[in-house]
Design a protein around this ligand. Structure first.
Ligand code: G4P
Length: 526
């Protein structure tokens, strides 16, 4: 067995997040190219559901197939073992992305230089901020016309609410784009548009080196020096500890499509990004260096074969060494399980592995034992925190349309909820089941999968709801009084927690004012 500490130090487990179309897939592919995990561009299929495909089932099924293969991409780069956790591009699957963010140690955010910070990036950044996840920003598509880089930096700071620190700086943009000055390592990277090859670097002594004038021309060299002077004056020197604490985000500029600025990003990333960090469980903090294995399920992927309801549970290793066929405790079921065929994800292949280390993800074939958030240990009673459900944004009553298949429907709904496809609330007043999702697409996915995987049929009925909030209070009587007053709007979630269904922003605001002893939460973990 390899040395645990050195295996941990080598690992960098992260996710790339962006608004659709900013270049996440392209950047992922280029990183794999550098790691030698793939050999030609175009090998990574985009796991985004095309905008036009809201009701295109085959498309969804195809995408599900692709996303198993690209859920986790591991590769070696120099002495480092890198694990990229893929996140779905479509915003209706944002909840999936939120959960994936609980399994990474850092994040790279891709921003389109022309579009700046877009909605989904903002939302995902909120999750990063909540968890103090270290963030590096890659401003992409410098080969196209875009915004002034100083404006982009200002926007990043104000929109993402994080301090930024450029570690590279572009020389012009669009048609006149000549390259970037690498502030982190001190070098000049010249731009030669080429989709397959890595650009050559011009070695310079410092920013005043006359080679810069010779290579990019006097005018651009002067502008570059002015810009760098301004940057050094405005932004404090880069401090790794601030980055690791999630207080400052280094920024790189480049063009993923042209493989430009990507190597600089990767080289800096492996140096500064954190190796697996301690993870908080309800009982205690778990350090990756601990000898005993612990891990948790952060994602469940249903299999493509509707005849076998098998899934793959994605387990993030938190501490110790995971070993094939070793007996592990499934804490929620208080059962001992052995896993004969765990898979690791290297490049784009799944292979059976004998052991895995903190930071790694293993895929465990499962037929209904796991749900999201489940913990595995060597016997300890441990529950990892940090897999919150977020208040959904769309709600519908789910109704059974085939009374002969009630059992199948209930089972199907339960399993799909365990998989984290959506959330279910049971209205305490009328007993009806309400499904809450992030987007319209999930309703269609649920209906389709219930039919194809469980043989059950359902229909949706409208319900006008603004938010579902989890409520609690230190004052039991106040809580009971609230529940009584609002009995028509009270529900329980799958775990039996109290949820208030507010039908408008106004109602919620009034409830907050009228019941000061009640705390209203917009995530299930508080
Ligand atoms: P996503 O995963 O974030 O959704 O984005 P993706 O990588 O699929 O990129 C979205 C589009 O932007 C793609 O074009 C891609 O080729 C392009 N792109 C990515 N990086 C750059 C860049 O540095 N410069 C320029 N000019 N374009 C870039 P597409 O036409 O939508 O798809 P495709 O047909 O080229 O695959």
């Amino acid at each position: 067995m390899a040395n645990l500490n050195s295996e941990i130090d080598k690992r960098r487990t992260f996710a790339i997040i962006s608004h659709p179309d900013a270049g996440k897939t392209t950047l992922t592919e280029k990183l794999l190219l550098f790691g030698g995990a793939i050999h030609v561009a175009g090998a990574v299929k985009s796991n985004k559901i095309k905008k036009t495909a809201t009701s295109d089932w085959m498309e969804i099924e195809k995408q599900r197939g692709i996303s198993v293969a690209t859920s986790v991409m591991g590769f070696n780069y120099g002495d480092y073992k890198i694990n990229i956790l893929d996140t779905p591009g479509h915003q209706d699957f944002a909840e999936d992305t939120f959960r994936t963010l609980t399994a990474v140690d850092s994040v790279i955010i891709v921003v389109d230089v022309a579009k700046g910070v877009e909605q989904q990036t903002r939302r995902l950044m909120e999750v990063c901020r909540m968890r103090h996840t270290p963030v590096i920003i890659f401003v992409n598509k410098l080969d196209r016309e875009g915004r002034d880089p100083f404006d982009i930096l200002d926007e990043l700071e104000s929109e993402l609410q994080i301090k930024v620190r450029p570690l590279s700086w572009p020389i012009n943009i669009g048609l006149n784009f000549k390259g970037v000055y690498n502030i982190f390592e001190g070098g000049l990277d010249l731009f030669t548009p080429d989709k397959q090859k890595v650009t050559e670097r011009v070695e310079i002594n410092d920013i005043n080196d006359s080679i810069i004038d010779d290579t990019i021309g006097e005018r651009d060299a002067t502008k570059l020096r002015d810009d760098i002077e301004l940057i050094e004056g405005v932004y404090p020197e880069f401090n790794v500890d601030d980055y690791l604490a999630g207080k400052v985000a280094p920024v790189f500029f480049g063009s993923a499509l042209n493989t430009f600025g990507v190597k600089e990003l990767l080289d800096c990333f492996v140096q500064i990004a954190p190796s697996p960090r301690p993870i908080q469980a309800i009982e205690r903090e778990v350090k990756p260096q601990e000898e005993k294995f612990t891990g948790f399920v952060f994602k469940i992927h249903a299999n493509m074969d509707p005849n076998h309801r098998s899934c793959i549970a994605f387990v993030k290793i938190c501490s110790g060494v995971f070993q094939r066929n070793a007996p592990y405790k499934h804490v929620r079921h208080n059962k001992t399980l052995k896993f004969a065929a765990p898979t690791a994800f290297m490049a784009q292949k799944k292979d059976i592995v004998d052991e895995a280390y903190p930071g790694d993800i293993v895929g465990i074939p499962d037929s209904g034992n796991f749900k999201i958030g489940d913990t595995l240990t060597e016997g300890e009673e441990l529950h990892f925190k940090g897999l919150p459900s977020f208040s959904p944004e769309m709600f519908k009553y789910i109704e059974n349309t085939d009374p002969m298949k009630t059992k199948q429907l209930n089972k199907g709904i339960e399993q799909l909820m365990d998989e984290g496809v959506a959330q279910m609330f049971t209205n305490q007043f009328n007993g009806r089941k309400i499904i809450g999702t992030v987007g319209q697409l999930q309703f269609e996915v649920i209906q389709y999968r219930l039919l194809h995987e469980y043989g059950a049929q359902c229909r949706w009925e409208p319900i006008s709801l603004y938010k579902a909030c989890w409520i609690e209070s230190d004052d039991k009587e106040a809580l009971e009084a609230f529940k009584k007053r609002k009995y028509q709007f009270m529900a329980v979630d799958k775990e039996g927690r109290d949820v208030f269904l507010a039908d408008s922003g106004y109602v919620l605001q009034m409830a907050q004012t009228d019941f000061p002893k009640i705390r209203f939460h917009f995530t299930s973990e508080f």
